[in-house]
Design a protein around this ligand. Structure first.
Ligand code: PLP
Length: 379
C-alpha cells in the first residue's frame, strides 16, 4: 500500500463508541455524549467545562470566536483582524464570515509563524484582534504574542488547529489565553470525523459563542445538557447551526483517551526522526522550535532551499512518496488578495514541502522519505 501524507487513526474502540450511540443512546444530536466530551476536554486542558464549546468544525469555532470578539469591540469602521497569510484558508474565511476584514501579515522565515513587527505596522483604529496560527504546531514565542496584544489593546484568537496536545513554556495550548480554537477534522492530532472546539477565557465571549453555535437560542447548550429543550426561547442576534453531534463526540472521547499514550509519542518520534535525518542535509532547513515548547507536529513542513523544491517534490513523486503544500498564501488567492507583497511568506511558499506524518507511519517510512530527499538533492 502506498504511503499517505496524513490520515485518520481510528479503530475498534471508536467503532464501538459510535455503535453505542447509534444503538443504545437513542439520541444522535447534541446531548449527553457532547457534554461528557466537553467535560473531558476541560479536564485535559485544566479549564472549566463551561469554557469549552464544541463545534461541528474547527472553522466554525474560529467563526464563532471572531464573531464574539467583534460583538464586544467597538471601532469606527469595519473591524479588522491581523492574520498570517501562511495559513489554511479557513482562518481567512472565518474572519470574513464574521463581517470582519482579514489583514494579511508576513511570517518569520525560521518558523512560519506571525511576524509581530510586520503585524504592528498594519494596526489601524479598526484593528480588534490578531489571529495567531500555531503553524506546524509551533506555539513560537506565544507569551510575546499575548504581551504584544495587551500593549496594543487587541484581543487574541488562536487558530490552534495544529496544536492540540502542544505546550508553550510548560502550559498546554488551550489552558490559557483569550479565544483558543482547535480542529478535530479527520487528520488533526485527534479527530471526531469532523469537529472542533473553542476554549474561551472571557465568560461573556464564551456565552456568545456557545449560544451562537445553536442559532443564538439563549442558554440552549445548558438546557440540552440538562436533558431539556428551549420551547420558549428568545433570540437576540445572528446564530448558526454549528454544534457537535453525539456521534462525533463519541469518536472524540475515544481519540482523547488515546492522545497522550499513543498519538503524541508516535508523532513526536516520527518528527524527531525527520529532524535527526535531515538536520545536516545541504539545501534542507528545518523549521525552528523553542526548547521551552512541547511540539506535537500535525504536519511536517521543511524548507528546501536554493530553488531545489520542485526537483525534490518531483523525485519523491516518482518514488510514490507523497508530499503536500501548507499553504498557498491567502494574499495570493483571488478572494483575499489586494495586490500586497509579503516577501517572507512568498519566499517560504517557494521553499516549503510537507512530508508524510501520521501515527501509522513507521521510522522506516520516514527513513525512506529522507533517503528520497537526499537522492533528489544529489542528482
Ligand atoms: C484544519 C484547520 C482549520 C479548520 O479546521 P476544520 O476543522 O477543518 O474546519 C483551521 N485552521 C488551520 C490552520 C487548520 O489546519
Amino acid at each position: 500500500m502506498s504511503m499517505r501524507l496524513s490520515r485518520s487513526i481510528v479503530g475498534e474502540a471508536e467503532a464501538r463508541a459510535v455503535s453505542r450511540v447509534l444503538l443504545e443512546d437513542g439520541y444522535l444530536g447534541m446531548g449527553n455524549e457532547v457534554r461528557l466530551f466537553e467535560e473531558e476536554l476541560a479536564q485535559y486542558l485544566g479549564v472549566k467545562p463551561e469554557q469549552v464549546i464544541t463545534t461541528n468544525t474547527g472553522t466554525a469555532a474560529l467563526h464563532l470566536a471572531v464573531d464574539a470578539v467583534a460583538a464586544q469591540c467597538r471601532v469606527p469602521g469595519k473591524p479588522e483582524v491581523l492574520v498570517p497569510s501562511l495559513t489554511f484558508v479557513a482562518s481567512f474565511q472565518a474572519i470574513t464570515a464574521a463581517g470582519c476584514v482579514p489583514v494579511a501579515c508576513d511570517v518569520l522565515a525560521e518558523t512560519g509563524t506571525l511576524d509581530l513587527a510586520d503585524a504592528e505596522k498594519r494596526i489601524t483604529p479598526n484593528t480588534i484582534a490578531l489571529m495567531y496560527v500555531d503553524y506546524a504546531s509551533n506555539p513560537w514565542h506565544l507569551d510575546e504574542v499575548y504581551d504584544f496584544a495587551r500593549r496594543k489593546g487587541l484581543r487574541v484568537i488562536e487558530d490552534a488547529a495544529h496544536a492540540f496536545g502542544c505546550k508553550h513554556d510548560g502550559r498546554k495550548i488551550g489552558s490559557f489565553g483569550d479565544m483558543v480554537c482547535f480542529s478535530f477534522d479527520g487528520i488533526k492530532n485527534i479527530t471526531c470525523g469532523e469537529g472542533g472546539c473553542l476554549v474561551a477565557f472571557d465568560a461573556e465571549a464564551g456565552q456568545l459563542a456557545s449560544d451562537g453555535r445553536l442559532l443564538s437560542v439563549e442558554n440552549d447548550a445548558q438546557k440540552r445538557f440538562a436533558g431539556a429543550r428551549s420551547w420558549d426561547p428568545d433570540v437576540k442576534r445572528q446564530g448558526w447551526r454549528y454544534h457537535m453531534s453525539n456521534i462525533m463526540a463519541a469518536i472524540g472521547r475515544v481519540q482523547l483517551s488515546r492522545l497522550e499514550e499513543e498519538f503524541i509519542p508516535a508523532r513526536r518520534a516520527l518528527a524527531a526522526r525527520y529532524a535527526e535525518r535531515l538536520a545536516a542535509v545541504p539545501h534542507v532547513a528545518l523549521l525552528h522550535t523553542d526548547p521551552r515548547d512541547f511540539v506535537v507536529r500535525h504536519i511536517m513542513p521543511v524548507r528546501i532551499l536554493d530553488g531545489r523544491k520542485d526537483a525534490v517534490k518531483e523525485f519523491l513523486a516518482t518514488q510514490d512518496l507523497p508530499t503536500g503544500v501548507h499553504y498557498k498564501p491567502n494574499h495570493l488567492l483571488t478572494y483575499f488578495g489586494h495586490g500586497e507583497s509579503l516577501p517572507v511568506t512568498e519566499q517560504l511558499y517557494a521553499e516549503l514541502v510537507t512530508l508524510p506524518l501520521h501515527p501509522a507511519l513507521t521510522l522506516e517510512d520516514v527513513d525512506a522519505v529522507c533517503t528520497g530527499i537526499e537522492e533528489a538533492l544529489r542528482r
